[in-house]
Design a protein around this ligand. Structure first.
Ligand code: 13P
Ligand code: SF4
Length: 326
């Protein structure tokens, strides 16, 4: 079986690689799901591109035998939990997530025990083990609706993203106990750089993902998940936007609004981008190899699946009732 390495794939054009991937996905009845933070060539190849909520719904409903998840580990794991009978492949098993890693299960268990009477709302960016300890999962698209589904006097723990948790506290008037975790990609965006870009581009609107720190969110004209940010730029009448999230989303923004300009809040002085190193581990070559070899595969024990699926299904149910998904 042919496995492409960097030298071999450098001799094959992207067009040829895409053609080979297309042959394999038909032959194997496979579906390729991609997050908005993937590189443009993967987004263009995917059967479905979306945010975390849309991708989990696709994973739950697909008729394919194989799911290739072009995203990060917790996303592929969620797909496996929702579709345990299917083979779920991730192009690079090392594509993790700093936010998920900021909440190890052995530390989270005593944290829950220290807050008796609290229900646990966990952001989908967490491991399967954390999901088994949660009452309900949320994404940035539905976090407010999920938190609002609890009675106002119900004490809540929110994990693992302290920035999203603080933002939802501000939107709901709650005082959820926050786990001290963050996404290093969003958390490193600085107020100074954002203010500088706003001063240099007074006509541009600042749009931000809620994983950003509070001072950036306070300055933002619009806050939302990747899909909400994309929708906003489609419908809004401004011509220029300062975008405080991972650079991958710009691909869809430009496709939808080719005459608009998008300025990424950069992570540092070395580039005009803000790339998630984990999301960017996936390549066309790795997608081809994973479809060809049917590896690396996400495997989970049945008890983890049984316990983790409940809070995810609860999330999908609340999201449907709130008309956030169909
Ligand atoms: P959403 O696409 O759900 O907004 O999530 C962003 C993210 O950080 C995924 O890792
Ligand atoms: Fe995780 Fe942040 Fe990368 Fe999303 S952008 S996968 S939260 S590290």
């Amino acid at each position: 079986m042919e496995i492409l390495n960097e030298t071999a794939s450098s001799k094959i054009s992207n067009t040829e690689l895409v053609a080979r991937i297309n042959d394999l996905r038909i032959q194997k009845n496979a579906v390729i799901l991609a997050h908005y933070y993937q590189v443009p060539e993967i987004q263009d190849l995917a059967d479905f591109v979306g945010d975390s909520l849309q991708l989990s719904q696709q994973a739950a409903e697909t008729k394919a035998d194989i799911i290739v998840f072009a995203g990060v580990h917790f996303m592929a794991e969620t797909a496996k939990i929702l579709s345990p009978g299917k083979k779920v492949l991730i192009p690079d098993m090392n594509a993790g997530c700093s936010l998920a890693d900021s909440c190890p299960p052995e530390a989270f268990k005593p944290f829950i025990d220290a807050h008796p009477g609290h229900k646990v709302v966990s952001y989908i960016n967490c491991s399967a083990a954390i999901k088994t300890m949660s009452d309900v999962i949320c994404t940035s698209s539905n976090a407010k609706a999920i938190v609002d589904s609890f009675l106002p006097d119900q004490p809540l723990i929110f994990a693992p993203d302290k920035n999203l948790g603080a933002y939802i506290n501000s939107q709901t008037g709650r005082n959820m106990v926050l786990w001290d975790g963050a996404c290093h990609v969003h958390n490193q965006l600085t107020d100074e750089k954002t203010i500088q870009l706003k001063l240099e581009n007074p006509d541009a609107k600042l749009i931000a993902h809620p994983e950003c720190r509070g001072p950036i969110l306070v300055m933002a004209d619009f806050i939302g998940s990747t899909s909400a940010l994309l929708d906003f730029t489609k419908k809004d009448n401004a011509q220029r936007y300062i975008v405080a999230t991972e650079s991958g989303i710009i691909h869809q923004m430009k496709k939808a609004s080719p005459n608009k300009e998008f300025i990424v809040v950069p992570s540092d002085e070395t580039c005009n981008c803000n790339d998630c190193p984990f999301m960017k581990m996936n390549t066309l070559e790795k997608i081809y190899n994973s479809l060809n070899t049917e590896k690396p595969e996400i495997l989970l024990d049945p008890l983890t699946i049984e316990l983790a699926i409940k809070p995810i299904l609860k999330m999908l149910d609340i999201s449907k009732k709130a008309n956030l998904i169909k």
